[in-house]
Design a protein around this ligand. Sequence first.
Ligand code: HEM
Length: 519
Amino acid sequence: SRYRSLKHIRGPPVPSWVFGHEYMLTRQQEAGEFDFPCVKEYGLTWRIGGLLGGDQIMTADPKALQHILHKSGYNYPKRRDVSKMSEVFSGGPGITSAIGEVHQRQRKIMNPAFSATQLRRFLPLFQETGLKLCEKWEKEVITVPNKTVYVNKWLARTTLDIIGAAAFDYSYGALDEKENALSKSYSTLFLDSTLYQSKLKLFYRIMWHYLPDWVINILMNAPTRELKRVRSTSRLFREVAGNLLREKGSEAKEKAEEGYKDVLSILVRANASEEPRSRLSDKEMKAQMQTLTLAGHETTASSVSWMLLELARHPEYQARLRAEIRARREVMRARGDIRFTVEDLDSLTLLNNAIKETLRYHPIVLNLHRYALKDDIIPLQEPIVSTTGEVVDAIPIKAGQWIKLSLCAYNRLPSVWGENPDVWNPDRFFRIDPTKQTKLGVYANLVSFSGGVRSCIGWRFALIEMQALASELLEKFEFSLPKDEVYDIQRLPAGMMIPLVRGKWHLGSVMPLCVTAVP
Ligand code: HEM
């Protein structure tokens, strides 16, 4: 049968015939606590259980990842239950849930909005919104010395305002308004809908993979608590999108005709296109808006929050970083400029190393769930030893085989990242020679943005945004561990990796840090 051939691959004992490792993986107390020991015990590729006695391959092997993500094009799609869940999160058939040719069409339509030239134009917006956050903190938030601030909450509002303005020329007013319904709804979305689901619900959801689309389309509307929660965010978004298209739609159409390549103009033009290959339906257009809003804000806010936590844990590095930013500020002022340019930001080596190291150490997406469309052979960079002691350097698989990519474990491989990969140390990037690595990710060979045809479309957007926000924040504020209490931050697997405080889950997903203005 199809799975028998994998029995010779070693892996951890399967905890349940029904769930395989699926349930266990969602129940981790610390993201990666499953993956990291597996690499140490079995090598970079191992066998885990799937549903109902099935076997899966799990891998962190650079060559296997390269094969699956890059070289095979669309031959290793996302598991169907995963894409269908993305559809629920996007409120319709958007780019994260589309597969094959539909995805190719959508991606081609949207790509021009994410070119390097296009994104440069957003830098002033990133900076102004960052400065607005600084001002808020200075005037309203840091009212007493040693104030503990939930930095992730503030950053999520900042990045929500940014994605609204950058993509849709729309103001969410999340930084200004205390009670913004949409930003509130987003802020607990993953926690409420994805973290620690019951066994039954998880089983039911993963089984979607085997069902025909029309059945899933009915099940997607089932009245479970989790689905209702996600749909309620979608409803709020649809209201916003409706207003937005009413207000900006005709203007966007004109801009599109003049060749503007901002997201909204591109989407509106594609929506009006007569040509099937470049057309987006109404549903698709709205789903893209919702997708970009979701995929484009909390991801970046989270990454910056993890970086600030690490800088709080590493005050000496933080001080070097601040000095680097200030020195560049002098150069900038001497030129007569008032803002950093993209070149200035790219020249901040310590900052960029800290960003890379944070993406490596705290990848927001831990695992990707894929399956093979065709029979294939997966090549391995580091051979493994089978149950009978033979050396395996390639794994033949059958069409339909489930495969999990361990992005978090790849990001910790000493063979790729050098010694002490379990320590956050940005200086490692001074020693890394990317030409010696297997080409993988879109950025710095990290797989934190995934890779290949399904890689993150917004990685450059995120990078410039992180550079801009971090350079403003770190120049004006010092981040340290909270003084009022000890907060033990857990990294939890909730679809996206989210921070929770051990013993204080009632606080929700928070990143508490002590923030002090620096003179
Ligand atoms: C640090 C910030 C970010 C990280 C770590 C990140 C990470 C990722 C990852 C790992 C994927 C692949 C997911 C999968 O295959 O299931 C992805 C896809 C995606 N990301 Fe990001 N992302 C970030 C920021 C952004 C931003 C700012 C945007 C938009 C402005 C964005 C838009 C998207 C979209 C649309 C996709 C789906 C692409 C496709 O399937 O063709 N992301 N991202």
